[in-house]
Design a protein around this ligand. Structure first.
Ligand code: SF4
Length: 269
C-alpha cells in the first residue's frame, strides 16, 4: 500500500480522488469505484502498487499496436481493478474481481524486461495492459521512468478514462498507446460501461498531439455499437483528429454479463 497521487482532503476525514473523471468522494474505509484506491484514516492509498495479476512476453501486435516496432515483443503486465464496469469485459476476472497477485517492484519489472531482451533482441520494452493501467498510475509512472532510463519503450493499453493532469504527467514516458474507444455513443458509455465518452476522446486527442504513437480499438458488439451510423461517427471523429491514427475493429465474444453471440465475421468484413 502506498500513498496515492491526485487527491485532496474534503473535510470530516473524507477525500476526493482526481485520478479519473469519476472524482470519487470517499469516507474513511471506503474504496473508489476502481476498487484499488482507499481512504485510510483520511489519506488516499493505492492498493495495487507493485501487485501484478498477470504477466507475459507478448507480441506488440497483440496489444494491438500494428505500426510500432513491427515484429517486436513487450514484457506485458497488469494488476487488478478498473474504473469502468463494461458488461462485456473480456478480462473481468482481474478487472472486476479480487484475483491472486505477485509482488513485482518497478525495478524488478524493468530487470525482467532487460533479461528478456538479453535473450531476444526483439524485446523492446514494457506494456501496461490486461486491466486498466490508468488506475495503476503510481506504479506505471515509476516503472516507466526506470524503463526509459534503460532505453526501453513503454506502451499503455488503456480505456482512456483518465483525468488530463495525470495523463499529461505520464505522456513524456509513454511511447505508444492503444486506446479502447468502446463506442461513439455517450449513452453506450453511461449504460454499458458506467462511464463517460468525452474524457476518452480527449485522451486520444491529447496523446496524439503530444507526439505519442496512438492506435485505437473498437470492439464491435452486435446490436450495441455496430450500426453503420455508429461506425461512421467514430471514423469521422478519428479522421478529424488525424487520418494517420490506425483504427482496429475487433471481434466480441460473450463474456462476463453478456451472452449475445459473437460478432459475425460479415460485420468485421
Ligand atoms: S481512480 Fe478510482 S478512486 Fe480515483 S476517481 Fe477514479 S474510480 Fe475513483
Amino acid at each position: 500500500m502506498k500513498e496515492a497521487r491526485f487527491w485532496e482532503r474534503a473535510g470530516d476525514g473524507r477525500v476526493r480522488c482526481f485520478l479519473c473523471p469519476h472524482h470519487c468522494y470517499l469516507r474513511p474505509g471506503q474504496r473508489g469505484i476502481c476498487q484499488v484506491r482507499k481512504n485510510v484514516d483520511g489519506t488516499l492509498y493505492t492498493l495495487n502498487y507493485g501487485r501484478v495479476s498477470s504477466y507475459a512476453l507478448d507480441p506488440t501486435e497483440k496489444k494491438p499496436l500494428y505500426h510500432f516496432f513491427p515484429g517486436s515483443y513487450l514484457f506485458s503486465l497488469g494488476t487488478l481493478g478498473c474504473n469502468l464496469s463494461c458488461g462485456f469485459c473480456q478480462n473481468w476476472t482481474i478487472s472486476q474481481e479480487e484475483a491472486p497477485t505477485l509482488e513485482i517492484s518497478p525495478r524488478r519489472a524493468v530487470d525482467l524486461t532487460l533479461s528478456a531482451r538479453a535473450r531476444d533482441a526483439r524485446v523492446v520494452g514494457l506494456a501496461y495492459t490486461y486491466n486498466e493501467p490508468g488506475i495503476w498510475f503510481e506504479y506505471v509512472a515509476e516503472t516507466a521512468g526506470l524503463a526509459k532510463g534503460e532505453g526501453l519503450v513503454n506502451c499503455l493499453v488503456t480505456n482512456g478514462f483518465l483525468e488530463e493532469a495525470p495523463l499529461r504527467e505520464l505522456l513524456p514516458l509513454v511511447d505508444a498507446m492503444n486506446v479502447d474507444v468502446k463506442a461513439f455513443s455517450p449513452g453506450f458509455y453511461r449504460k454499458v460501461c458506467k462511464g463517460d465518452r468525452d474524457p476518452v476522446l480527449r485522451t486520444v486527442e491529447v496523446s496524439h498531439r503530444a507526439g505519442c504513437h496512438v492506435e485505437v480499438t473498437n470492439l464491435l458488439i452486435p446490436g450495441y455499437n455496430d450500426s453503420e451510423d455508429d461506425i461512421a461517427q467514430l471514423v469521422d471523429w478519428l479522421a478529424g483528429v488525424s487520418p494517420d491514427i490506425p483504427l482496429h475493429f475487433s471481434r466480441y465474444f460473450p463474456n462476463y454479463r453478456f451472452t449475445e453471440p459473437p460478432t459475425p465475421l460479415t460485420t468485421l468484413d
